[in-house]
Design a protein around this ligand. Structure first.
Ligand SMILES: Nc1nc2c(ncn2[C@@H]2O[C@H](COP(=O)(O)OP(=O)(O)OP(=O)(O)O)[C@@H](O)[C@H]2O)c(=O)[nH]1
Ligand SMILES: [Mg+2]
Ligand SMILES: [Zn+2]
Length: 369
């Protein structure tokens, strides 16, 4: 393929358009194109190497060139990169600034962030209905999802294991109460139910499947793909603990448009500088708090406390307030440990890119309608 003819063709007919290449990325890449580098999207990463889809096919590249010391700068599935056109080893030369990034803390002891997926539009949190959903864990995932800049979606998987329709609708309502502004979709891959709604969400942009091992992420990926690309394995028992069937993050193109990143199961996710995200997960509490008589109301015994009033009226579950406080405390602990300058810099970059990306996506949608 002639590379110079590529830059002349519009972004929509670019060979990487299926992977989400657009005018913004093209502009971002322009200076690298001048250097003769190839644009590409990282579809898989493992131990210092990554698979990058480029206009000339999938190439394997070494990531040693791009600062491996900072865990937040490490090349990640979903990144747009510039790679050497040839060379053995072939290197990733640079990683384009991310529009969004899903980051968690690797452990609660240290405050190290780990990027789970980059340039994601929809963060799909998969939660198995084989056991009763843990609302606190869902809130934690959603805080990180909002913080990433992506739109969160909760998929309640294995709906066929819930014996009664009425029980299912209560479970969905419970999760909805814990997830203001987030679509909650019950799905059964086994029965093929609810998949059309999910397919409609993920047919545009990049989606990442997140959740515990055994939640059914790869099963969802296969159902969306219409073929068994990802390996799926039975969970050991019914307590929802799987055996980590998926071990790398894989970016896959969906037949109906959009791409999906399947990820290995996460035992847990620690918050990482997710103050805004926590606020969004508990938006109804923050809304109530704005009505409290005192600005610095701790929602204890202060007079004129709107949060207490909602608790007393049974409109706000006590569990929600406790969970909110717990996540706020945890976030503050992490923030206090992390280098403020580094955080601020990364945030600024993502937020700016995120805004540009959203505008580009809306413009694209507008053209289709
Ligand atoms: N009953 C039922 N079982 C399902 C459904 N979806 C997935 N499963 C089963 O759940 C088990 C785990 O599914 P996977 O898709 O491998 O789970 P995963 O989230 O990808 O797990 P990791 O790769 O380890 O993170 C498999 O035995 C699936 O057959 C469903 O809709 N109904
Ligand atoms: Mg899997
Ligand atoms: Zn109050």
């Amino acid at each position: 393929m002639n590379l110079s003819s590529l830059s002349a063709s519009p972004a929509s007919s670019h060979p990487l358009a299926l992977y989400g290449w657009d005018e913004e990325w093209e502009a971002e890449f322009a200076s690298y194109a001048e250097q003769g580098l190839l644009p590409g999207r990282v579809v898989r990463v493992d131990r210092g190497q990554c698979d990058v889809v480029t206009p000339v096919g999938i190439v394997r590249a070494d990531t040693a060139f791009v600062t491996p010391h900072d865990p937040l700068r490490v090349v990640c599935t979903g990144d747009w990169v510039a790679v050497d056109p040839a060379g053995s080893p072939r290197y990733v030369r640079t990683c384009l600034p991310r529009r969004t990034a899903f980051v968690r803390s690797t452990s609660s002891k240290r405050s190290e962030g780990q990027i789970l997926a980059a340039n994601v539009d929809h963060a799909v949190v998969a939660v198995s209905l084989a056991v009763e959903p843990d609302l606190g864990r869902i809130e934690r995932f959603l805080a990180l999802a909002w913080e990433s800049g992506a739109q969160p979606v909760v998929v309640l998987t294995k709906a066929d294991l819930v014996p009664q329709a009425v029980t299912l609708s209560y479970l969905v309502q419970d999760v909805e109460t814990s997830a203001p502004g987030v679509p909650v979709l019950p799905v059964s891959a086994r029965l093929g139910e609810g998949l059309d709604v999910l397919a409609a969400v993920v047919c545009d942009g990049t989606s990442v499947l997140l959740g515990q091992s055994g939640a059914g992420k790869s099963t969802l990926a296969n159902a969306l793909l219409g073929e068994d690309v990802m390996a799926v394995q039975a969970t050991r028992d019914m307590d929802g603990k799987g055996r980590h069937t998926t071990t790398t993050r894989n970016l896959l193109v969906l037949p109906g448009g959009g791409v999906v990143i399947d990820t290995p199961g996460l035992r847990g996710v620690g918050l990482w500088d997710a103050g805004d995200g926590v606020g969004q997960v508990f938006s109804e509490i923050e809304g109530l708090a704005a009505e409290c008589r005192f600005h610095d109301c701790a929602h204890g015994t202060e007079p004129g406390c709107a949060v207490r009033a909602a608790l007393d009226a049974g409109e706000l579950p006590e569990r929600r307030l406790e969970s909110y406080r717990k996540l706020l405390r945890e976030n503050q602990r992490i923030v206090a440990k992390t280098d403020a300058r580094v955080r601020a810099e990364l945030r600024r970059e993502w937020k700016r890119k995120g805004a540009e990306g959203k505008a580009a996506m809306e413009a694209k949608r507008g053209r289709w309608h």
